[in-house]
Design a protein around this ligand. Structure first.
Ligand code: DWN
Ligand code: ZN
Length: 407
C-alpha cells in the first residue's frame, strides 16, 4: 500500500505492466546487462480521482543531459504550440503592460520561441540541459533547474510575478505536484493564469492507449483530478479545452480562486467524466482487460506476419513504445528495427527489448512490407509524409484504438 501523491489517501495498483526500463533509456550494445528496471503499475485514488503510478524512478534517471526527446521533431506540434502561444497572447496578455510568461519544461523552446519572436518577457525552466541548450542557442531565456516553491521565489525576486505560467506535456511528469502547485500559486500575479496540457485520462480509457503509461508520466490527468489537486493551493479551473494532440489531451486553464469567470466547459466536462465512469473501479478493471486483449492481438498479428515471411519494422522509437514492446514482449525477433529521426537514439537499442534503432534513411532506402506505427499520435502527419511507402504496397500496423492493419 502506498499513498496518493496529491491527497495522501491509500492507493493500490489495479494492474501491472511488469518490469519496465526507463522509457527513454536507449542504450548501446555494451550497456546491456546494466539497465535499471522498476515495476510499472498504475493506481486510481478514490480520495481525489488522481490516476498515478505506484512507483516512479528518480527524476535524475529520466531527465538529464542526455534526455532523448526533442519537442520540435514534429512539424504539426510546432504549429500547435504557435497556436497555443497565440491564444495566451490574445486571451491573457490583452490589456496588460509588459506581460511576463514562464514555461515549465520548455524543452527546446518550441512554444517560447513564439513569445520571444513577438518581443515578450519570457523565461523557460528546463532541467534537461541538452534540450535547454537548443533553446538558449536561439536566444530563448532558459534556466536548467527543477521547479518548486524555492525556485518560484527566486524567479519572482528577479523578474516579478508572472501573468501566465504555461506547460505542455510536463505537469504529468512531476511527482511533487503539491510543491509545483504551491510554486505556481506563488509565482502567478493575483489575476495571472495557469494553462497546461497533458494526455487526457478520458481519451486513454476510451482508446485503450495504455502506452501513455510509462515512467515519465507519473500522472494521467482528468478535469476532476486537476481541479482537486490545484484547488488545494488556491487555484480553480476556469476552462477546460480538449486537444487532439498526443492522441487526446486536455488543456487546463486555472487562476487564483474568484479572479476570473468560469467557462461552462468546466461543468460540462466534469459531468462527462462522471458519465464515463472515471471515478469507478469497474472502469479500470475494464481498461486492464482491454490492455490484455490489445497485447494478445498485437503479438498474434506480428507472429503471423513473421510466419508469412513479411518484413516488419517499427516507425518512431517513441517513449510510449517502451511500454508496448516490454509489456507485449516484442523484440528483434518480431521487429527488424525501429526507424527514428532523432540522432541521439540512432545506432542504439530500445530499452529492455533491444530492438536496433536506425535512422529514418534506412526506412526510406529499403522499405519494409509492414510498419508498426509507434507514433500513432502523429498518424495524420506521418501518413501525409509517407505516401511513397503506401504507393509501394507498404502497410501500416496500428494498435490504438484497436490492433489492425490500416488499409
Ligand atoms: O510527454 C512526452 C511527450 C510529449 O513526448 C514525453 N514524456 C516524451 C515524448 O513522448 P514520445 O516519445 O512518445 O513522443 P512522440 O512525439 O509521440 O514521439 C517522438 C519520437 O518519434 C521521436 O523520437 C521522433 C520520432 N518521430 C519520427 O521518427 N518520425 C516522430 C515523428 C512525428 C516522425 O515523423
Ligand atoms: Zn488522492
Amino acid at each position: 500500500m502506498t499513498c496518493c501523491r496529491v491527497c495522501g489517501t491509500k492507493i493500490e495498483a489495479f494492474m501491472s505492466f511488469g518490469a519496465m526500463p526507463i522509457a527513454n533509456g536507449f542504450l548501446s550494445p555494451d550497456e546491456i546487462g546494466g539497465e535499471y528496471f522498476f515495476e510499472l503499475a498504475p493506481a486510481f485514488c478514490d480520495g481525489c480521482g488522481m490516476f498515478q503510478l505506484i512507483d516512479q524512478p528518480a527524476p535524475e534517471k529520466m531527465f538529464h543531459e542526455n534526455y532523448a526527446f526533442y519537442s520540435s521533431t514534429s512539424r504539426h506540434m510546432q504549429t500547435h504550440f504557435k497556436d497555443f502561444a497565440g491564444m495566451v497572447i490574445q486571451r491573457v496578455f490583452a490589456g496588460r503592460t509588459d506581460p511576463f510568461v514562464v514555461e515549465l519544461g520548455s524543452n527546446d523552446g518550441i512554444m517560447l520561441r513564439n513569445f520571444k519572436e513577438a518581443g515578450y518577457l519570457h523565461l523557460g525552466v528546463e532541467p534537461s540541459s541538452n534540450v535547454a541548450d537548443v533553446a538558449r542557442e536561439q536566444g530563448i531565456r532558459t534556466i536548467s533547474e527543477f521547479f518548486n516553491l524555492e525556485l518560484a521565489k527566486k524567479i519572482v525576486a528577479e523578474h516579478g510575478h508572472a501573468d501566465a505560467v504555461l506547460s505542455a506535456n510536463v505537469m504529468c511528469h512531476i511527482p511533487d505536484i503539491n510543491g509545483v502547485a504551491a510554486g505556481i500559486a506563488y509565482l502567478l500575479k493575483k489575476d495571472g493564469v495557469l494553462m497546461f496540457e497533458d494526455p487526457y485520462l478520458g481519451s486513454m480509457i476510451e482508446k485503450t492507449s495504455y502506452d501513455q503509461i510509462y515512467d515519465e508520466h507519473v500522472f494521467i490527468f482528468s478535469g476532476t483530478s486537476v481541479g482537486a489537486a490545484f484547488g488545494r493551493h488556491g487555484l480553480e479551473l476556469i476552462d477546460l479545452l480538449p486537444q487532439t494532440t498526443h492522441g487526446g489531451s486536455m488543456r487546463y486553464v486555472l487562476a487564483p480562486k474568484g479572479s476570473h469567470p468560469i467557462s461552462p466547459n468546466v461543468s460540462m466536462i466534469l459531468e462527462k467524466e462522471r458519465a464515463q465512469g472515471l471515478h469507478q473501479p469497474e472502469t479500470y478493471a475494464a481498461f486492464k482487460a482491454n490492455c490484455e486483449q490489445s497485447r494478445s492481438d498485437l503479438v498474434g498479428l506480428l507472429r503471423s506476419l513473421k510466419e508469412q515471411g513479411k518484413r516488419v519494422v517499427g516507425y518512431a522509437a517513441t517513449s510510449k513504445s517502451t511500454t508496448v514492446t516490454n509489456y507485449c514482449g516484442i523484440g528483434p525477433d518480431l521487429i527488424e528495427y525501429i526507424s527514428d529521426t532523432t540522432p541521439i537514439k540512432q545506432g542504439k537499442l530500445t530499452p529492455g527489448t533491444h530492438i536496433p534503432v536506425k535512422p529514418y534513411e534506412t526506412f526510406q532506402e529499403k522499405m519494409p512490407d509492414y510498419a508498426l506505427l509507434f507514433a500513432w499520435n502523429h498518424a495524420v502527419e506521418i501518413f501525409e509524409k509517407e505516401q511513397i511507402f503506401k504507393a509501394k504496397g507498404g502497410k501500416w500496423i496500428t494498435f490504438v484504438p484497436q490492433v489492425g492493419i490500416v488499409e
